[in-house]
Write a new protein. Structure first.
Lengths: 624, 604
């Protein structure tokens, strides 16, 4: 028996990104980068000039040494001149570095913001089935950590990487200018660096990817432990949850250590190889000077140049690893972005000119894409028509497909067979915006957003947003009406009335209060089709009765599909559809069905009808 | 005491802390750091020793080059190879040894930082779990999550690369200063002079960045909260076309975050070139003075070269130190917040010396209990209540009457403001949480499922349960059939927030959980609200046997559940207004009789 906070939260696996080279993978960012490119190129240019300047300084030294210092009593003017030259070059270097930073500042952060906004937009756009599969921790680590990394790489890593490579190449050219033999020694001894880099790439990429995923899983575990804190507390399972969390954290630690070992291996080479080269060049150089094939000034400039080159050479390792991390981040970004969205606006949308509110299910089938074949469709051929203004209750056992059927209407999921039509138009031929304006929904599991009660209730009414007195008055009236229907007048008694912030960042409300606000929200939307998924389950009897009464008036003019578990909710409906295993087995009035359908009696009639009253022993199950 | 205003998580989002408050916060985060590092002292000392040696080895290079040119060249001109040879070998040895030691301490410091990290993760996780519900109701889940994710990430970043940067920075520059003095003290003085502008530059940077990093943290936390809220509420987002408005809201948060990031980077854009500037001016002055002295024959040319090579290197790590300062700042801000959470005391603390209670009978007594969140505004005014072991009581009343509060007191999610609640004559506050939770279990309306299989979720009630016990529990509450019908039966992954399992099924699973836990006192707060009637019938039947020999407190909006109660308490405005057996109350004319009549009418 393992622990409930799963140690291996499954993540969907990507495929195509694996086959891309690092370069090809990152280059997918190009469309986002394009507007920023000129400034990035300018930044690189500034950085290159800065490198050239830093490579020039040793040359000044060489001239000073060879021209003046080696000859006793050399001119002081030459020393002053050289010092001034180095001062000037030094200033130029600082200014160029500052320019480089200034150039890349805006593009880097802008690109990050654009990526973040498009990731968010895409995630909102992706169907609910996608969100069922992806823990929000995984999504969060993409939206925050990964994109930060991409920004740092763009404005720092990429620029320095290219500039340093060019600096290394130019620098070796300069070394050749001082003496070919010394330069060759430096180059030959640098070769192991590139080999180490290659092996490093292979190892590091795998480990970095794993560590990012594990960090994402750990974030999911944290999230669950917080969202589920009441359960963990009720059972006193805090320590037990910790065990699962610990195991995951340990796994991440192992990966991080593996990463550190890989980096350590790279450091070893990056530091050792140049030092070996320096040692050989020292012996060789002094020998060449003694043989008059090289001047002291040249040898000095050679070492000064080689020293300038050390940082670019050493940084390659760090920049490489940053590049691989970035590649991983880019892969993860596109993994989401390239997920096809199968619930989207049609290419040639139709439009309902005169909405009447007819809702028709035409041989509707639905199954989750990952459902095993041996299972029948969850919604297995439902044909049902709701006349305009009619209220239909859906009644059936848990798992008979009621909730699934309701979530098909606003296209939270798409039917896998048949069609759903509103006023004769297939809902897949409407834009999502129009469909979801026509159809409003209240969920049993009521979600409120971090906003005022007012904004939450009027969520479906963008037309009532505005500060002019007329709109404001209309909004207030609509709000009052909806709160009255849902019996949610408590909202006026909150600390700041209907402007009190609720949701994650605001006041916490009870389940019943949230449910009533969610119901008010659906009512306020004034849709032509109202879909209510067991909207009164958390209400007490009194409130339920009052809400039912008022809701009945609202529903008189609205087509409504209501999932009902209780006779009281069924009373809202004109007709009742009985669902069994994804099929509609009977349709009719409540008393009609009660009289003729045994299964209906089993599903809906309350205990007391069978037992005749309160306080008696509950007897054998009826009907099953 | 003025610093009380920043105790715990208070003051977390303020950026106008006064001196005392800042100091108090800094002190508590340093205390936390100290306690994390303490167990690793030995390892840390060894690693630091290696770092010192390795840095010294790295710094030796330019001096050896200077020696090679000055002495090796002169010797070679008189055909003596030995001095040059030895110098080159010395250079080789220092280089290789330096590289080896760096690579060793990279791994070693990673081990230290990972050990610290896992300890900190564990502490925060455990403390979060230990903090009472009162805390969690005011401190949102988004914030507590970002404490444990993004804040710990900042700390990780500091530990991972930051320490190496600091060590390289301080030691490297320090050794170089020593080396320059050793080679030529005049140049050493020049270098020391450069420290003055350097000091002012770093100070300026420090001041500016401190505020900036704080603002950055707040901006990122807001971003995260909004993001998580959208993703967890995606159904409602879609159903009510909130996407466009969300994009705008989120876009604004992204822009805030972007701006503060840009400001931060700009700060570095001034600091960084400033360092280069100071470095280059120092080199120029060293060259000027050194050049004169070489021209005068007062300084060997190799020594001048060594000084120039050193002077340039002296400023290299300054940039890294600035980077260290960067990660230090975010980590410090993160640590301040994390230490704030850790400083929060659970308002329902564990007793220091718990009274043991094994095999509880379930006799619950409220002894002159009252409860309020704010003094003067009693949620539950003073009352007494005695629930004999084995009795099932039902709490009835409208929303806000105080039923859930009473239930939360029994399960010790809260402690009473006055009086005491006892279980088998032991004050709940004297029980260890282990004993308490074994004896008292509460099932709420919100049936949260964790990712993992259905079986794992049920087993939460009794982690050591066998699969047979789990199945038996599921069967007892009537959850077995639907579970068997899931794609992988008991091994079906319930996925994100129970996406594929209906609300009613989730409640059945959480019922099975409670059944498996087998407590002496069971509290059901709206635990059957989402069940369909047949399931509820099954649950009711199961409850008959389940509750037979244990104490139970049932809260249900629907009176059908009350049928199984031995005793009904009707609550109004926090007071118990009626108390009696169900049949007795129905036959009367009180509140319950009215409720019951209304409810009868609502049926068929």
């Amino acid at each position: 028996m393992s622990v409930p906070l799963s140690e291996h939260a499954q993540q969907p696996h990507r495929s195509e990104s694996d086959d891309l080279s690092t370069l090809a993978s990152i280059s997918r960012l190009y469309p986002y980068l394009r507007p920023a490119l000129p400034r990035i190129v300018l930044g690189m240019f500034a950085a290159l000039l800065a490198s050239v300047v830093s490579l020039t300084i040793p040359m000044v030294l060489q001239h000073l040494v060879d021209g003046t210092l080696l000859h006793r009593g050399g001119s002081r003017e030459a020393v002053v001149f050289a010092a001034l030259a180095i001062l000037g070059l030094g200033m130029a270097e600082a200014i160029l570095i500052s320019l480089r930073r200034w150039f890349v500042l805006q593009p880097g952060t802008r690109v990050e913001a654009t990526l973040r906004n498009s990731l968010y937009a895409k995630l909102q756009n992706l169907p609910v089935s996608f969100h069922d599969k992806w823990p929000s921790g995984q999504l969060l680590s993409r939206a925050v950590g990964d994109l930060n990394l991409i920004r740092r790489w763009l404005s720092f890593g990429l620029v320095l990487f290219i500039v340093n490579v060019v600096t290394i190449v130019v620098g070796f050219g300069v070394l050749f200018y001082y003496h070919w033999l010394l330069a060759i020694v430096m180059i030959v001894l640098s070769i192991p660096l590139w080999i180490a880099g290659y092996f490093f790439e292979r190892k590091y990429h795998v480990v970095a990817r794993r560590s990012q995923d594990q960090a994402g899983d750990l974030a999911t575990a944290v999230e669950e432990s917080v969202h589920g804190i009441r359960v963990l507390k009720a059972f006193g399972r805090g320590r037990y949850a910790l065990k699962g969390f610990r195991a995951q954290a340990e796994e991440l630690r192992g990966t991080e250590l593996e990463k550190a070992r890989a980096v350590a291996g790279l450091w070893l080479w990056l530091l050792m190889v140049p030092d070996v080269a320096f040692a050989v060049c020292l012996a060789l150089g002094v020998w060449l000077v003694a043989g008059h094939q090289l001047t002291v000034g040249q040898l000095l400039a050679f070492f000064a140049t080689a020293t300038v080159l050390r940082f670019p050479i050493e940084s390659i390792g760090f920049l490489l690893s940053m590049t691989f991390d970035t590649r991983t981040a880019v892969d993860r970004f596109f993994e989401v972005l390239s997920t096809p969205n199968d619930i989207d606006d049609p290419e040639a949308p139709e439009h309902i000119d005169a909405p009447r509110g007819e809702l028709m299910f035409d041989d509707v089938h639905f199954r989750y894409e990952d459902a095993p074949e041996r299972f029948p469709d969850l919604v297995d051929g439902i044909t049902l028509t709701l006349q305009p203004g009619e209220t239909m209750a859906l009644v059936g056992l848990t798992g008979s497909g009621k909730s699934t059927l309701t979530s098909l209407v606003p296209r939270l999921y798409d039917v896998t067979g048949g069609a759903i039509k509103v006023d004769g138009v297939d809902i897949r031929d409407l834009t999502l915006d129009e469909l979801r304006t026509r159809v409003a929904m209240a969920f049993e599991d009521a979600t409120l957003f971090s906003a005022s009660v007012r904004d939450n209730v009027l969520l479906g009414r963008p037309d009532l947003v505005g500060d002019d007195p007329e709109t404001r008055a209309a909004a207030d009236a609509q709000l009052a009406e909806a709160l009255e229907v849902a019996q949610a007048a408590f909202a006026y008694d909150l600390p700041e009335g209907v402007d009190t912030k609720v949701g994650e960042e605001g006041m916490s409300l009870s389940g019943g209060q949230r449910q009533r606000l969610a119901l008010a929200r659906a009512v306020a939307a004034k849709p032509s089709v109202l879909v209510l998924d067991d909207p009164l389950s958390a209400l007490d009897v009194d409130t339920e009765a009052r809400v039912t009464e008022r809701l009945k008036r609202v529903l008189a003019g609205t087509t409504a599909l209501v999932v009902a578990h209780r006779p009281s909710t069924v009373m809202l409906a004109d007709r009742v559809a009985l669902l069994e295993n994804g099929r509609v087995t009977d349709v009719g009035g409540h008393s009609e069905l009660l009289a003729r359908n045994e299964h209906y009696r089993f599903v809906i009639s309350s205990l007391e009808d069978e037992e005749g009253g309160f306080g008696y022993e509950i007897e054998e199950e009826v009907g099953a | 005491m003025s610093t009380a205003t920043v105790t715990g998580v208070a003051g977390e989002e303020r950026s106008d802390l006064n001196k005392d408050e800042s100091r108090a916060i800094r002190r508590r985060s340093m205390r936390l750091l100290g306690s994390l590092v303490a167990p690793m002292k030995r390892r840390l000392i060894i690693t630091m020793a290696v770092v010192v040696v390795s840095t010294a080895l790295q710094v030796a290079g330019p001096a050896l080059i200077g020696i090679g040119i000055d002495q090796g060249l002169a010797a070679l001109r008189s055909h003596q190879w030995a001095p040059l040879g030895w110098t080159a070998v010395a250079y080789l040895v220092t280089g290789v040894a330096g590289a080896l030691s760096i690579s060793w301490y990279t791994v070693s410091s990673a081990q230290i930082s990972q050990a610290i990290l896992i300890e900190l993760r564990t502490r925060v996780f455990l403390h979060t779990q230990r903090l009472s519900l009162e805390f969690h109701e005011s401190y949102t889940s988004g914030r507590i999550i970002s404490r444990q994710t993004s804040d710990l990430d900042s700390i990780r970043e500091l530990l991972d690369s930051g320490i190496n940067q600091l060590v390289q920075g301080v030691l490297y520059s320090g050794f170089i200063a020593i080396a320059i003095f050793a080679v030529d003290w005049v140049s050493g003085v020049v270098l020391l002079c450069s420290l003055v502008p350097l000091y002012f530059l770093i100070r300026w940077f420090q001041k500016r960045s401190q505020t900036l990093f704080r603002v950055q943290r707040v901006a990122s936390a807001k971003l995260i909260v909004h993001f998580v809220e959208t993703m967890t509420g995606i159904r409602a987002v879609k159903a009510f076309r909130k996407e466009k408005r969300n994009e705008k809201e989120f876009g604004d948060l992204v822009e805030d975050y972007r701006k503060v990031n840009a400001d931060t980077i700009q700060l570095f854009g001034i600091f960084d070139p400033g360092l280069v500037m100071i470095g280059n001016i120092t080199v120029a002055i060293a060259l000027l003075i050194g050049g004169f002295r070489v021209a005068d024959g007062a300084l060997a040319i190799g020594s001048l070269l060594a000084v120039l090579l050193y002077a340039r290197r002296f400023f290299d790590p300054m940039e890294q130190m600035a980077m260290f300062y960067n990660s230090y700042q975010s980590a410090a801000a993160a640590l301040e917040k994390v230490s704030g959470v850790l400083e929060e005391q659970p308002s329902v603390p564990e007793p220091a010396t718990p009274t043991r209670l094994e095999g509880a009978h379930g006799h619950v007594r409220f002894d002159e209990v009252s409860f309020h969140y704010k003094p003067g505004r009693d949620i539950l005014p003073l009352f007494d209540l005695d629930v004999p072991a084995g009795q099932t009581i039902a709490l009835v009343g409208s929303t806000g009457a105080g039923k859930s509060t009473l239930a939360k007191l029994v399960s010790r999610f809260y402690d009473p403001s006055a009086g005491a609640i006892t279980l088998d004559d032991v004050d709940l506050r004297e029980l260890s949480s282990e004993d308490l939770r074994r004896a008292v279990v509460m099932v709420t309306q919100e049936a949260y499922l964790f990712s993992g299989s259905v079986a794992e979720n049920i087993a939460l009630g009794k982690p050591e349960a066998s699969i047979d016990e789990i199945r038996a529990a599921a069967m007892a509450v009537g959850a077995h059939d639907f579970i068997e019908a899931l794609p992988d039966g008991y091994n079906t992954d319930v996925n994100k927030r129970g996406g594929r399992v209906s609300a009613g099924q989730r409640q059945l699973i959480s019922f099975a959980r409670a059944f498996l836990a087998d407590p002496a006192v069971l509290i059901l707060d709206e635990a059957t609200s989402s069940l369909d009637i047949p399931s509820e019938r099954l649950v009711q039947q199961a409850l008959q046997t389940l509750l037979a020999d244990r104490t139970a407190v049932i809260i249900a909006h629907r009176l059908s559940t009350v049928a199984i109660a031995d005793r009904v308490l009707v609550m109004e405005h926090g007071r118990i207004v009626e108390d009696g057996a169900p049949a007795e109350l129905i036959s009367g004319t009180g509140r319950f009789a009215q409720l019951h009549a209304a409810w009868r009418d609502s049926l068929v």
